[in-house]
Design a protein. Structure first.
Length: 509
């Protein structure tokens, strides 16, 4: 296998690996691909009140089985003199317990959810079995129920249309005798929603009447209500308001299992009211906060787990490969000459602290004065290492002087000259002086000018918000950059500057 074919294979493998990991984070983990993206964040607080009977008390509040189009981010409970635990199972619940309580008690359950950006998956809601008090076991109610069900069944094709047909009959202003008889059995404990649930289940269709809570920003003291949920043909639960006869959206709906909502031991007269608040927060921070709290998540190895000091350092380091790609393109494809291979990258990093114009002026002044000193040292016939050492010492002194003078003149940009890499500047002075001696001043201007042009291009690319965001949040994309560099390394054609250089020959032909 030739070296060029191996290079192409490396390119494909690196691109597939980098893009694959990136797509996994976006599609599965819900990480935003664009900076500044905001997502909905809900803070919901449940206030549970009950009357303690002067003894041990245990209050159990069922937790939602479905959070709409949202993901649970955090949860906690609070109550004076109560222990609090959350039991995670098929039927999750929050439990408050105490050895002694009497009189009116109030405990709180607070949780937050956010829009994870991940496509909604099927939710499992466990319907309650047929009510043991199912009223339609004897005539005339049994015959009436069968008549209503069969009339709706003939005029429907799916569980959804069947539900609509039943609701139209029960909500009709002129109900039939069968419907009128069924409505007469409704009580405070057996509502229209539960009646519809049982009628639908009589045809073998999964249905439930769980507690549901609609998310509404700024609402306080909201009591959750029972809605009808029916299994649709696509495997998703459909939510219906039986009183209005309409289907509701699951997106902003919290749904509990069709099981006891609030169970009290050693207490009575329980009630639950919810208050909620909606905000727009950074999608990136919400996603990382959710993933980092999960010890089993692969995101535990994300850069976000590092201390803030090191995160700031990596935000600078991870954009360097992007600048390197710019240098490779400018040198191998365009043909711009530079003083050293990666000197433009170091200059671009300096420009991020000084600004383009100020940085170019300061660097030019330092290198120009350094060349004068280097020219004098060459007359002393010093050895290489002592000569470079003298240049380094002089560059440090020169930068110190420029910083002090800039401070006295209230020129804060001039103080950023201290960010210059001393050794690199000194070596650049040495390199340029050698080029001056061997190839003349024109070559120094040519390489120096090319270095500044590439540094400016690299600066604008590296300081771009999108580039900074992608390299830090999706460092696997650096594999794609590596693949691109490998691919560019196989290019042996003309450079753009050479095309301009040889254009007169083409014209003559």
């Amino acid at each position: 296998m030739s070296a060029k074919v191996q290079s192409y294979i490396c390119f494909l493998v690196l691109v597939i690996l980098g893009v694959g990991i990136c797509l996994y984070k976006i599609k599965v983990k819900g990480m935003p691909f664009l900076p500044g993206e905001k997502r909905s964040y809900w803070l919901i607080e449940g206030k549970v009140k009950f009357q303690a009977e002067d003894g041990p008390v245990e209050a159990m509040l069922g937790l939602p089985a479905y959070y709409g189009g949202y993901t649970l981010l955090s949860q906690d409970g609070a109550a004076l003199n109560y222990g609090f635990n959350v039991i995670e199972s098929d039927y999750s619940r929050a439990i408050w317990s105490t050895r002694q309580a009497k009189g009116q008690q109030t405990v709180y359950y607070r949780f937050s959810i956010y829009d994870s950006g991940v496509k909604e998956t099927k939710v499992t809601i466990k319907p309650a079995p047929f009510n043991s008090k199912y009223p339609f076991v004897e005539d005339p109610e049994k015959s009436a129920a069968e008549a209503v069900v069969e009339a709706a069944w003939r005029k429907s094709a799916t569980s959804e249309s069947f539900t609509y047909a039943l609701m139209r009959q029960l909500n009709s202003k002129t109900p039939s005798e069968s419907v009128h008889l069924l409505l007469s059995v409704l009580t405070e404990d057996y509502t229209k929603t539960q009646l519809l649930r049982d009628l639908i289940k009589s045809k073998g269709i999964k249905a439930a009447s769980p507690i549901c809570l609609k998310l509404e920003d700024g609402k306080r003291g909201i009591t959750p209500v029972h809605y009808l949920v029916v299994m649709g043909r696509n495997g998703l639960w459909l939510v219906f308001d039986c009183d209005d006869g309409v289907q509701l959206s699951r997106q902003d709906m919290l749904i509990w299992h069709d099981k006891p909502f609030l169970d009290l031991i050693g207490a009575k007269d329980g009630s639950v009211k919810f208050s909620m608040l909606r905000e727009e927060r950074s999608a990136n921070m919400l996603t990382m906060q959710n993933e980092i709290k999960d010890d089993s998540s692969v995101m535990q190895f994300s850069l976000f787990t590092l201390p803030a000091e090191y995160q700031a350092m990596f935000k600078v380091l991870l954009v360097i490969p992007v600048g390197i790609l710019v240098v490779v393109i400018c040198r191998n494809i365009i043909g711009l000459p530079t003083s050293g291979t990666f000197m433009p990258i170091l200059l671009a990093m300096v420009l991020q602290d000084t600004g383009v114009l100020n940085g170019i002026i300061l660097i030019t002044v330092v290198i120009a004065i350094g060349l004068l000193v280097r020219g004098y040292l060459s007359k002393l016939n010093l050895l290489l290492v002592p000569r470079i050492a003298c240049v380094v010492i002089f560059v440090v002194l020169l930068i110190s002087v420029i910083s002090v003078v800039s401070f006295k003149l209230n020129l804060t940009s001039g103080m950023a000259v201290a960010m210059f890499p001393m050794i690199i500047v000194s070596w650049t002075v040495e390199r340029m002086s050698v080029i001056w001696e061997e190839q003349g001043a024109r070559e120094v201007y040519r390489q120096g000018g090319g270095s500044f042009i590439v540094a400016i291009i690299s600066y604008y690319v590296m300081s771009n918000n999108y580039v900074s965001f992608w390299t830090f949040n999706f460092p696997e994309l650096l594999l794609v950059l590596m693949g691109a560099v490998i691919l560019l390394g196989t290019y042996t054609g003309y450079r753009l500057i050479e095309l301009i250089r040889f254009e007169p020959l083409v014209v003559e032909e």
